[in-house]
Design a protein around this ligand. Structure first.
Ligand code: SF4
Ligand code: SF4
Length: 438
């Protein structure tokens, strides 16, 4: 299967400087800032009040909506504030501030060594109560993914180990260090969706991870490690499905429409830990990298830890740091300051210096068509951006703006530096807002 690929895409370079850095556990900070919005769907409301004592892993936020995921404390200590605080998506959000007592007194224990005693519904319930969301950055509540309607049977579960974003290495390290948890998580998902075929998809630039995962599944006749060409955005859900199964998710469709469920390696580990140890999702592995950080590496970090403290833990940043990004350079979000918390979807913190950050003057489109060739979902990014710029949203919608996966390939490749993905993101937001109103 090596060498299989998808249409379009770009090769932005690897820059995976932290591949050899084993995951280190960062000490819990003295205070955590835990936002009530860490997933796609309904935000949570606090279920604790200022002054309450909480334990590690205790539920502190919840919602009655099915498409949501509860939020848990990442330390034991006292709730000292519930306030509006900086959120990495660029707004203020309701946030529970907890002062740690340094004890890490846990609210959870027990768990199951084996899946034998668990039904599909039991697994979905555990995943839901643990607050697990897509850890690759998409943050879609995982229990929803594991609950397709009866008329959408699942025949393939895919674990996404592509990690195609430049700079990021957290998934790579997890495949080397927590491979058994990934396999247990994959089997759990397969049982939850009543499917007997599992695939672990990895790009061919991660030879040691491929070897390790192959060794771990060598006696599993229904699990296969597939090796894919290193190309961005190989790790995008729909592209991964195409190369793994040859199926195309239709416009406006979901993986379940073609019999697939896709989860990131970090999500598989979170599922395994929830089942085996009853552990809620309150920490994650983050790659802290880029020429701006003094000591880069991969770290297990409590949700709610401020990026400024993470950077401090990495011996600070260099004076010529110009940009802090949550995530990778292609799909990550630039931050105005490091005073924002790590959330469940934070796969990386990237610090770029003036050498890497270039400011371009946007020039008119020269109709070269390179953006069209690079688009992995066969859109016309130049046209959608043009319609958006001229407030012709209906035409942007007709040109399937909502199918854009915001991979940024078009912007990356454009010789006149048109901010295409920014226009398309704007169009998507306005189209969705209009649909909600009608
Ligand atoms: S239009 Fe969207 S999906 Fe296509 S290349 Fe641009 S950002 Fe990616
Ligand atoms: S890549 Fe840029 S210049 Fe070329 S067609 Fe697309 S928008 Fe126009």
């Amino acid at each position: 299967m090596a060498g299989e690929t998808f249409r379009g895409g770009v090769e932005p370079g690897h820059f995976k400087y932290t591949t050899e850095d084993a995951v280190e556990k960062m000490a819990a900070p003295s205070k955590v800032y835990i936002p009530m919005e860490q997933h796609i769907g309904a935000p949570c409301e606090p279920v604790v009040s200022k002054g309450d004592k909480v334990k590690l892993g205790q539920k502190i936020g919840g919602s009655d909506s099915f498409v949501s995921a509860p939020i848990h404390s990442s330390v034991s200590g006292e709730v000292v504030d519930i306030t509006e605080y900086n959120h990495p998506i660029g707004k203020k959000a309701k946030t529970i501030v907890i002062e740690s007592d340094g004890q890490d007194e846990a609210d959870y224990s027990g768990g199951y060594d084996s899946l034998d005693e668990l039904s599909s519904d039991d697994i979905k319930k555990i995943v839901k109560e643990a607050g697990i969301v897509g850890m690759g950055g998409a943050t879609f509540p995982t229990h929803v993914k594991l609950s397709p309607p009866e008329d959408k049977p699942i025949d393939t579960v895919i674990i996404n180990g592509a990690e195609c974003e430049p700079y990021l290495t957290s998934d790579h390290r997890m495949m080397l260090e927590q491979g058994e948890e990934i396999v247990f998580g994959l089997k759990s998902i397969m049982k939850a969706v009543n499917c007997d075929k599992g695939v672990i998809g990895i790009e061919d630039n991660k030879k040691d991870a491929i070897e390790n995962m192959k060794e771990l599944v060598k006696d599993e006749n229904n699990i296969e490690v597939m090796v894919f060409e290193t190309k961005y955005p190989q790790g995008a859900e729909k592209q991964l499905i195409t190369v793994a199964t040859g199926r195309e998710v239709p416009s406006g469709g979901l993986p379940m429409d073609v019999g697939c469920v896709v989860n990131n390696v970090g999500t598989a580990i979170a599922i395994s830990e929830a089942i085996r140890y009853n552990k809620p999702s309150y920490e994650r592995v983050v790659t802290v990298t880029g020429p701006g950080v003094n000591e880069a590496g991969n770290f297990k970090i409590r949700v709610g830890t401020l990026a400024s403290e993470v950077i401090e833990n990495c011996a600070g940043m260099s004076q010529n740091t110009r940009k802090i990004v949550m995530g990778g350079p292609m799909m990550g979000l630039s931050q105005p300051s490091p005073e924002f918390p790590v959330i469940k979807g934070t796969s990386g913190l990237l610090l770029l210096t003036e050498n890497e950050v270039q400011f371009f003057e946007e020039k008119p489109c020269i109709s070269c068509g390179r953006c069209i060739d690079s688009c992995p979902v066969s859109l016309l990014p130049n046209m959608i951006a043009h319609f958006t710029e001229n407030e012709r949203l209906e035409q942007a919608e007709e040109y399937n703006a909502l199918d854009c996966i915001e991979c940024g390939c078009c912007t990356y490749i454009c010789p006149t530096k048109r901010p295409l993905v920014q226009y398309i993101r704007m169009a998507k937001g306005e189209i969705m807002a209009k649909r909600r109103k009608n």
